[in-house]
Design a protein around this ligand. Structure first.
Ligand code: NAD
Length: 356
């Protein structure tokens, strides 16, 4: 097998997540080669390739890109994911699609349906699973280190668009993005929590959500005048697992300084902060007793460390293609998370706890 030929659709103008994908493919350059780019805005790929020093083909259409590659990263706004995913699968390509898979569960179902009739790799970009500290927390929890889990508390967000003068982006519009902070950050948080606790705590059985929009209008990007922000800047939500474990989440695109996770159980507690991705603060209880002494900082085992941690997503995608396996971060997984997010939205809109 020669090198896997890879393409990227959507090179970026807001966050530019495609930058991270390029880094990952460079890291896997023994097995793959980035050969083609496509962006719906003419000229954007040429400029981007030049800035990055990439010698790749800039394609005029997505179909032209698909003719050049074995696999594609889809890094466009959320509403565009599913049509591109389906086209790539129809053409027999392996697909790594950025999260969330789409703007709602119904659209995700369509991608899952198409995915079932092909053996190509179908992966969703739940990149935060690459954080070494979280991987270690999951390992320890699966091994029973914390026993029964009582609570999980997580915060995630950012402050890039805290300034109300930042213009109206696709992610601030419900038809293009789905929900706002809830989709953007909530899908990562929910995936991490359920991935880490599922073995011990079982299924999620109830949700509650609340959302708010702080900056209700912003200057339009491509036209003059102001436009409405039609989804949430902030989201808080709770979930309850089968075992009784309670999890609580705060997401905001207007100001969360740190991604943090605190998890408490029978055996003690663990704390992750994103400024220390290779460490976990732990405070374990004495067997059959309580807490004595003080919390300690534990270094994550060397084999779980990946620098930068995002690259482990690309490594897994390439490994899946090489070995013919499907990733755990599958389209089915993306749908499962989206279904829960849709119920959190329903809770926010109705003011009810949704039990299922
Ligand atoms: N994993 C993460 O942590 C993470 C972080 C940021 C963004 N994302 C996800 O990555 C995706 C892209 O976000 P971003 O902030 O990088 O976007 P962006 O706004 O920076 O760039 C999107 C690019 O897609 C292009 N585009 C739009 N429609 C297209 C189409 N139909 N075909 C081809 N190109 C098209 C745009 O011209 C633009 O260049 C989103 O789904 C977002 O949720 C993931």
């Amino acid at each position: 097998m020669g090198k896997i030929r890879v393409g990227i659709a959507g090179t970026g103008y807001t966050v530019g997540m495609a930058n991270a994908h390029v880094g990952g493919y460079r890291r896997c350059s023994e097995d793959c080669e980035l050969v083609a780019l496509y962006d719906i805005v003419p000229g954007r790929t040429q400029q981007w390739a030049k800035e990055k020093g990439l010698d790749v083909r800039s394609c005029k259409s997505f179909d032209e890109l698909l003719e050049q590659v074995d696999a594609v990263s889809i890094v466009t706004p959320n509403y565009a994911h599913v049509p591109l995913v389906i086209r790539a699968l129809e053409k027999g390509k392996h697909v790594l699609c950025e999260k969330p898979l789409s703007t709602n569960a119904e659209a995700c179902r369509e991608a899952v349906r198409y995915g079932k009739v092909t053996d190509r790799v179908k992966m969703i970009g739940f990149s935060y699973r690459g954080i070494p500290a979280v991987r270690w927390m999951k390992q320890e929890i699966d091994a029973g280190r914390l026993g029964r889990i009582f609570t999980w508390r997580e915060t995630l967000g950012g402050c890039r668009i805290a300034n109300p003068r930042v213009k109206l982006e696709w992610r601030m519009q419900k038809d293009l993005s789905g929900t706002g902070a809830l989709a953007d950050f909530g899908c990562h948080m929910l995936d991490l929590c359920d991935w880490t606790l599922h073995g011990v705590s079982g299924e999620i059985k109830a949700v509650q959500g609340m959302m708010s929009t702080t900056v209700s209008e912003r200057e339009r990007i491509f036209e003059t005048g102001m436009g409405a922000v039609t989804n949430d800047d902030n989201a808080v939500f709770n979930v309850k697992f089968e075992s009784g474990t309670l999890a609580s989440f705060v997401a905001s695109r207007l100001g969360v300084l740190r991604h943090t996770i605190e998890v408490y159980g029978e055996g003690g507690m663990m704390l992750f902060r994103d400024d220390r991705p290779n460490e976990v603060e732990v405070f374990f209880k004495e067997k059959g007793g309580g807490y004595t002494g003080s919390a300690q900082t534990a270094a994550v085992p060397e084999e779980l460390v990946s620098e930068p941690w995002f690259d482990s997503e690309i490594e897994e995608f390439i490994d899946c293609i090489k070995t013919g396996r499907q990733p755990d971060r599958s389209f089915e997984r993306a749908l499962y998370i989206q279904e829960i997010l849709d119920r959190i939205l329903e809770s926010g809109e109705t003011g009810r706890t949704i039990v299922f």
